[in-house]
Design a protein around this ligand. Structure first.
Ligand SMILES: NC(=O)C1=CN([C@@H]2O[C@H](COP(=O)(O)OP(=O)(O)OC[C@H]3O[C@@H](n4cnc5c(N)ncnc54)[C@H](OP(=O)(O)O)[C@@H]3O)[C@@H](O)[C@H]2O)C=CC1
Ligand SMILES: [Fe+3]
Length: 473
């Protein structure tokens, strides 16, 4: 879209702006930062201020400061860097603002603060001007940082195409890429943008916190409080590492399963409906949209599990136990035999864990926009779907083997924290089994046909066709 907009601009308006003058109303934080950036880009800047003579000391060098009316007359494009509450000062200037392009930069402190968008309100105050909403997602700080700052996208919207093109030309000159989002009715959405706090992370974060808290308290009671009550044994020090190192892998594996479960469910739903031309239910849609965040959080927990596992040899408790055992063996003049089976089992589960984690990291890296943009759709889906399920398989196998090892190696060992252990294995096992079912050649072929729109317009087909499809399954 950017390139289209770029091409439709007259070349002069992009390159020959040395003499062009732009006006900025408001000499506050944003006004000054924007003015500085405009001056650096070669524009002449005229500030419009209530007190043109007393506000000039902080202003960027080279800018002119006039009263609002005089400043408005000096330029075609006027940035309004003033809070919305004060917009009524523009009403008496209606004559001077006629035909001018007014850029509304304002944001609100909370959602739905006013009945209409700030930009629409501005348009209603000055009907003779062309209002364009834009630049509000930038901060004064990022504007001062210059073009090296990562935040390079600005969104704009407005009714007049010419007015928007003029604003886009300035944005490009300042080093931003501008995205035209449409008419002024989109302004409210743009104004809500800076108020959003990680919207797609909310649900995954809640799941992660909920699961961590539930398993932490479960393990606290099961491992520590239970031992204290029944055997009067104080092993509370285990909270810091042992307990955390159980919570992390359990939460990680459940979250990774939750990341792949909606895709599998969606495939079954399409299979059941025999068409891809019907919307998924809302809950499934929302779930599908936060898969990346679920996966990244799962990776975070897996990473913590790796770190906690790596520090095991340097723990005081481990060192103490090992020394104690060696000393008692010397005292009792005992020796032990090297057990090949134990060695195999231990190494196998560790190796599966390492391979799983390696793939886990690969999934995380390829979900970064800069990396995923460099991949073709086929490459991306190969890594995220095929290798993703392989990761889930390796991590599940690692956990199975671990539980099995503990079960076999310790005679006094009770079945390892049953509900936690079972839950963290049941869910991935179910996802893997369903996926296995989906990749059996017959089902896979049908899904591919459905996705390719093989039976386009399926919604109008007669029920008999549906039956034949089911029959084929
Ligand atoms: N600061 C930021 O990072 C960002 C700010 N914005 C938006 O930009 C707008 C300005 O923000 P900011 O620069 O931080 O605010 P400031 O409070 O720093 O500056 C506001 C400016 O508005 C002018 N002003 C204040 N009251 C009146 C009035 N009654 N009549 C006319 N002019 C008035 C003043 O300029 P003077 O004294 O010269 O008249 C003042 O310097 C806000 O709507 C904000 O939401 C948007 C994105 C980022
Ligand atoms: Fe592990």
């Amino acid at each position: 879209l950017n390139s289209v907009v770029f091409l439709t601009l007259p070349v002069d308006s992009i390159y020959d702006s040395r003499s062009e003058r732009v006006c900025v109303f408001g000499t506050g934080d944003l006004g000054r930062s924007l003015g500085l950036r405009l001056l650096q880009a070669g524009y002449g800047v005229v500030f419009g201020s209530r007190r043109p003579h007393s506000s000039s000391s902080l202003l960027p060098h080279g800018a002119q400061v006039l009263g609002h009316a005089a400043a408005a007359q000096s330029a075609h494009l006027i940035f309004i860097a003033v809070q919305r509450e004060h917009y009524d000062f523009l009403v008496p200037l209606a004559n001077q603002l006629k035909g001018k392009v007014l850029v509304d930069l304002s944001n609100n402190l909370k959602k739905n603060q006013y009945p209409e968008a700030n930009a629409e309100y501005l348009q209603s105050l000055v009907p003779g001007a062309e209002v364009v909403k834009g630049f509000n997602t930038l901060s004064a700080w990022s504007l001062q940082n210059g073009p090296s700052d990562a935040n390079r996208q600005v969104y704009i919207c407005g009714e007049s195409v010419e007015a928007k093109q003029a604003v886009i030309a300035v944005a490009i000159k300042l080093g931003f890429s501008a995205l035209d989002r449409g008419f002024l009715s989109v302004a409210r959405e743009l104004e809500d943008f800076p108020l959003q706090l990680f919207p797609q992370w909310r649900l995954p974060l809640r799941i992660a916190i909920g699961l961590s808290a539930a398993f932490f308290f479960y393990l606290l009671i099961r491992d520590i409080i239970y031992a204290y009550v029944t055997q009067s044994k104080d092993i509370s020090f285990r909270i810091m590492v042992s307990l955390a190192n159980k919570v992390c892998p359990i939460v990680s594996l459940i979250m990774l399963s939750l990341c792949y479960l909606p895709g599998v469910l969606a495939s079954f739903l399409q299979l059941y409906r025999g068409t891809k031309y019907r919307r998924f239910p809302d809950w499934l849609d929302r779930w599908m949209l936060c898969r990346k965040q679920l996966g990244l959080l799962a990776l975070g927990f897996a990473f913590l599990h790796v770190l906690y596992t790596l520090i095991i040899p340097i723990r005081y408790y481990v060192w103490f136990k090992a020394t104690e055992r060696t000393v008692s063996m010397i005292r009792e003049n005992r020796t032990t035999q090297f057990d090949m089976t134990t060695a195999w089992r231990g190494d196998s589960y560790l190796s599966l864990g390492i391979l799983g984690f390696g793939l886990y990291v690969l999934l995380g890296i390829t979900s970064l926009p800069s990396v995923s943009n460099a991949l073709s759709w086929r490459e991306f889906s190969f890594i995220q779907s095929k290798l993703g399920h392989l990761t889930l398989l390796l991590c599940t196998a690692h956990t199975y083997l671990y539980g099995w090892n503990r079960f076999l190696s310790s005679s006094t060992y009770k079945w390892y924290t049953p509900p936690g252990y079972m839950l963290c294995l049941v869910l991935p096992s179910v996802v893997l089994l369903l996926k296995l079912l989906l990749i059996t050649p017959c089902v896979d072929r049908t899904i591919t046909r459905i996705r390719q729109g093989w039976e386009r317009g399926a919604d109008q087909r007669n029920p008999k066709d549906n039956l034949s499809l089911r029959h084929e399954l």
